[in-house]
Structures are given as C-alpha cells and as structure tokens.
Design a protein around this ligand. Structure first.
Ligand code: NAG
Ligand code: NAG
Ligand code: NAG
Ligand code: NAG
Ligand code: NAG
Ligand code: NAG
Ligand code: NAG
Ligand code: NAG
Ligand code: NAG
Ligand code: NAG
Ligand code: NAG
Ligand code: NAG
Length: 398
C-alpha cells in the first residue's frame, strides 16, 4: 500500500492532517458534529467508508458539490441532529418552492451505496410543523449539479420534509432505495415527497419501496427523459407530473417520462398530471408521458389530469392554462379506488380552448368499492383516444 492509497481510519480532526493523499478513508463517530470530517473526507478521499454500527451525527449542513470520482460506502448510519431552530436558519436554500436541505451532493461520477441508512429523525419536525406551518424543514438528500450519480441500496428514514431532490443534474440513477417516512404521533409526516426532480435530465428511479406522506415521485419543471420503474408506493400522493405553470414568467417543460410497473396503495392519487390556470401563472409543455402497468389499491384518484389545478372553474374558463399537455398514455392501469370520490375512478379535466391533445387511455380496469356500484369516469375539454375512450363518453365543454 503506497501513500496514495493508504487506508485511513480518521476520528474527527486527524483527517485534516493526513487524508490529503488518501484513496480510501474510513469515518468514525467523533462524539460531536461529524459533518466537517465527512465533508473533508469527501474532498480528500476517493472512497469514504462509514462502517456498519457507526452512526455519524450531522449537526451542520454538508456541501459536497464538485467532487469527481467519489464513492461513499454508507454501511452504517448518517443521522441528522434534530436541532430545529438551528437548521431552519442554516440549511442550504433553494428558491424553488422555498426549500432548504441538510446536504448537497454533486460532482461527476459519484456513488452512494453500501446498505446503510440516512436518518432524518423526522418526528420532532412533524410535531413542530403541526404548530408552525411556515417552518422551513430540510430535504434529506439533494443531488445538485451532479453528473453520472448513482445512489443504490440505501434506506432513507423519516426525512423532515422531501426525501430526495434532484436539481440541475443529469444521468442520475436511484436503485433499490427504501424510503419510510412515518409519524408516531397524530401529526402526519407531511410533504415527505419521495423524489422531486427539477431542471434535470436522464434520471432513473427503480426497484424501490416507499412509504410516505406526499408524492411518491414528482416531476417538477424541466424534468426530461425520466424512467420510473418497479416502485412500490404506499400512503403517498402518487406519481405526479407537476404542478406546473405555477410561477408567472417561467416556462416549464416535462417531457419523455415513462413510469412503469408501479404498485400504488392507500394513496391520494395514482397517475397524475397537474397544471395551474388563472390570471397570474406561468406557461409550459407536458409532452410524451407514459404511465404503464399501475396496480392500485385504495386510491382516491387513480387516474388524473387536472389542468385547472388550484384554480376556480370560472377563473380557469377565463384564463385557461398555458401549460399545454400533449401525447399522454395511460396504459394498463388497474385496481381499486378508495371511494373518496364515490364511483369516480378516473378524471381527465383539461382547460378550455383545446389545451390537451393526443390523450390516450388503454386497458383501464378500475373499480370503486362495491357499495358505490359501477365505476364512473369524468372528463372535460378533451378528446380521448384509446380502447378505454368510450368509458368516458362525451366530455363536458366549459
Ligand atoms: C451531535 O452533535 C451536536 C453538536 O456537537 C450535539 O449537540 C449533539 O448532542 C450530538 N448528538 C448526538 C446524538 O451525539
Ligand atoms: C459549495 O462548495 C462549492 C465549492 O466547493 C462552492 O462553490 C459553493 O458555493 C458551495 N455551495 C454552497 C451552497 O455553499
Ligand atoms: C416558524 O418557522 C419560521 C421559518 O422557519 C420561523 O421564522 C418562525 O419564527 C417560526 N415561528 C414560530 C412561532 O416558531
Ligand atoms: C443516462 O444515465 C445513465 C446513468 O444513470 C447512463 O448510463 C446513460 O448513458 C445516460 N444516457 C444518456 C443518453 O446520456
Ligand atoms: C415504516 O415504518 C413503520 C413504523 O416503524 C412500519 O410500521 C412500516 O411497516 C414501515 N413501512 C415500510 C414500507 O417500511
Ligand atoms: C401504508 O400506508 C397506510 C396509510 O398511510 C399505513 O397505515 C400503513 O401502515 C402503511 N403500510 C406500510 C407497510 O408502511
Ligand atoms: C426550462 O427549459 C426551457 C428551455 O430550455 C427554458 O426556456 C426555461 O426557462 C426552463 N424553465 C425552468 C423553470 O427552468
Ligand atoms: C424526447 O425524446 C426524443 C426522442 O429520443 C428526443 O428527440 C427529444 O429531444 C427528447 N425531448 C427532450 C425535451 O429531451
Ligand atoms: C418518449 O419518451 C420515451 C422515454 O420516456 C422515449 O423513449 C421516446 O423516444 C419518446 N418519444 C418521442 C416521440 O419523443
Ligand atoms: C406489472 O408490474 C408488476 C409490479 O408492480 C410486475 O410484477 C408485473 O410483472 C408487471 N407486468 C408486466 C406485464 O410487466
Ligand atoms: C353495472 O354494469 C353492468 C355491466 O355493464 C350492468 O349489467 C349493470 O346494470 C350496471 N349496474 C348499474 C347499477 O348501473
Ligand atoms: C376535439 O376534436 C375536434 C375535431 O378534431 C376539434 O374540433 C375539437 O377542438 C377538439 N376538442 C378539444 C377539447 O380538443
């Protein structure tokens, strides 16, 4: 072993002196805040190992952007200290939807794997948010300015808010991720989106289990060339495109998204596209989106297009959405709704003035709970094609 590939075990500060040439570093817990040592190891070492049974205590934000050829082997736990007053003023800030994060990870050829745990210690946050709805809560892990990033075999536990944010990145893969954000008190684990993708291209999310309290995966503005495959989502708000067109003056694109082989249970939505309308909104294009082979159980809205999202009907009629929706396929969506909407199992509601085109529904097999009788289907301002189009009948025009 030469000086360039020395295997170092570095408790806290020792690292600064010795790790400058190390290929492999092993982190141990210092007893205090381990964030500085972890960040330093990321910049100095090519492989950073957090061994099994090691619990790193992260009490200050971690900026790991710009690294090249980095491998974090997380076999133990990275735990974020729940100092609410501190974090709400110190997390890294993103203007998009007023977000902060514990940790920004980026750079080129970056791997995070190892079978370990990211623990957001969310319970105190869920409880604090219940009495302060403007509380800024950190995202568990943010991929920022990443290229060729792979995150595999990681458990993500109880993030205070969104679990994963992918922003300004490309060629990102998530594989075999287990997310569980659940509250043990009466205060729900709110806004714990599994993934939010923003201004990013070529992102794959596959083979994962998610139990959370908001979107399972959400494609925010400028998500392109995305594959979501083999997810088991429970308790979520569904797989969602949008919401888009929220910000005046901005143009939002979501294109080339395939979501396939998804199980969705106890959820608010199944497959969903939502865009704002009204006088003070932005514009955009949703194009070439496929939702295929969804098996749903106890879902409030199994299939949804809502192009008047958060907009009153009269405002939507006067100011139709400027986010156009084109080339959409809902294929092979089956299962049961919750009965929340009685017999209604699918609703495709577009703005007036032909803002939706080439909307296809095939092989639809959805049923409400037996007490609501046969399924019903809703639609407005849209021409539906595909073998299930006749189920929708004639759509209303507003
Ligand atoms: C984590 O580190 C912070 C800052 O040193 C300290 O206040 C806190 O008690 C530590 N938590 C644990 C669980 O060690
Ligand atoms: C993160 O660190 C990089 C340098 O490595 C710096 O350019 C960037 O401004 C830092 N980001 C934040 C949010 O502090
Ligand atoms: C609620 O959270 C916000 C943002 O984090 C903070 O500025 C404000 O002081 C908090 N309010 C209370 C009553 O704690
Ligand atoms: C997309 O990203 C994956 C890594 O997840 C990479 O292997 C692939 O080459 C990328 N595709 C394109 C077209 O760049
Ligand atoms: C999430 O955690 C709760 C509480 O520990 C547990 O009951 C539930 O089975 C877990 N769900 C998943 C999907 O891991
Ligand atoms: C699935 O979600 C429901 C509703 O939120 C919850 O009661 C149940 O514990 C979750 N199951 C698992 C395995 O996490
Ligand atoms: C999305 O991409 C388009 C085309 O590159 C650009 O004009 C627009 O400003 C981007 N929107 C956002 C929200 O980044
Ligand atoms: C969508 O995919 C097509 C075919 O690969 C490609 O030509 C087009 O550029 C992609 N659109 C975007 C916005 O990336
Ligand atoms: C539609 O998107 C898929 C990826 O989701 C891509 O493979 C396909 O080429 C795109 N089609 C067009 C016509 O852009
Ligand atoms: C549909 O998805 C389920 C997983 O949800 C998978 O087990 C099944 O093989 C898929 N069906 C097809 C035809 O690919
Ligand atoms: C439900 O659908 C079946 C088959 O199309 C039909 O025979 C039956 O009359 C319908 N029931 C009601 C209550 O409309
Ligand atoms: C439906 O198709 C007809 C015939 O092409 C067209 O005139 C009409 O505008 C379309 N309606 C909507 C809501 O797109």
């Amino acid at each position: 072993m030469g000086i360039f590939d020395a295997l170092l075990t570095v408790p806290g500060l020792l690292l600064y002196a010795t790790a400058a040439f190390a290929a492999s570093c092993t982190l141990t817990a210092s007893g205090g805040d381990d964030a500085p040592a972890f960040v330093q190891a990321y910049s100095a070492c090519s492989t950073i190992t957090i061994p099994q049974n090691t619990v790193l205590n992260i009490s200050t934000p971690m900026n790991m952007t710009g690294g090249v050829n980095k491998h974090i082997s997380l076999q133990g736990t990275v735990k974020f200290s729940p100092n609410i007053d501190y974090w709400s003023g110190h997390g890294y800030y993103f203007a998009f939807q007023d977000q902060i994060t514990f940790w920004i990870l980026g750079g080129e050829n970056v791997r995070l794997d190892g079978g370990g745990v990211l623990d957001g210690v969310g319970q105190p946050w869920y409880d604090a948010f219940a009495s302060n709805s403007s509380l800024l809560r950190p995202i568990l892990l943010t991929i920022f300015q990443g290229r060729n990033v792979q995150i595999q075999d990681i458990m993500m536990l109880n993030g205070p808010e969104w679990i994963n944010f992918v922003t300004d990145s490309s060629d990102v893969l998530y594989n075999n991720i287990h997310i569980n954000a659940s509250s043990t008190s009466k205060n729900l684990a709110k806004n714990t989106d599994g993934w939010d993708i923003y201004r990013s291209d070529n992102v794959t999310i596959q083979n994962s289990i998610i139990n959370n309290g908001d979107d399972c995966v959400s494609f925010k503005p400028n998500s392109t060339n995305i594959l979501v495959s083999n997810l088991n989502c429970n308790g979520s708000h569904g797989i969602s495109v949008g919401s888009l067109g929220q910000y005046p003056g901005e143009y939002d694109i979501v294109a080339n998204v395939t979501s396939i082989n998804v199980r969705m249970a106890n959820a608010e939505n199944g497959a969903r596209i939502k865009a704002f309308a009204g006088p003070d909104v932005g514009s955009g294009l949703v194009k070439n989106i496929t939702f295929q082979n969804f098996t749903e159980a106890n879902v409030d809205y199994p299939v949804v297009i809502d192009q008047c999202y958060m907009t009153a009907a009269n405002a939507c009629a006067a100011y139709p959405s400027n986010t156009y929706i084109e080339d959409i396929w809902f294929t092979g969506i089956s299962g049961t709704s919750s009965g929340n909407e009685k017999s209604l199992v699918a609703s495709l509601d577009c703005s007036p003035d032909s803002r939706c085109s080439n909307i296809n529904v095939d092989n639809l097999d959805l049923a409400p709970p037996a007490k609501y009788g046969n399924a019903t289907y809703g639609c407005q301002n849209v021409n539906i094609t595909g073998d299930a189009a006749s189920l929708f009948g004639t759509c209303t025009t507003t």
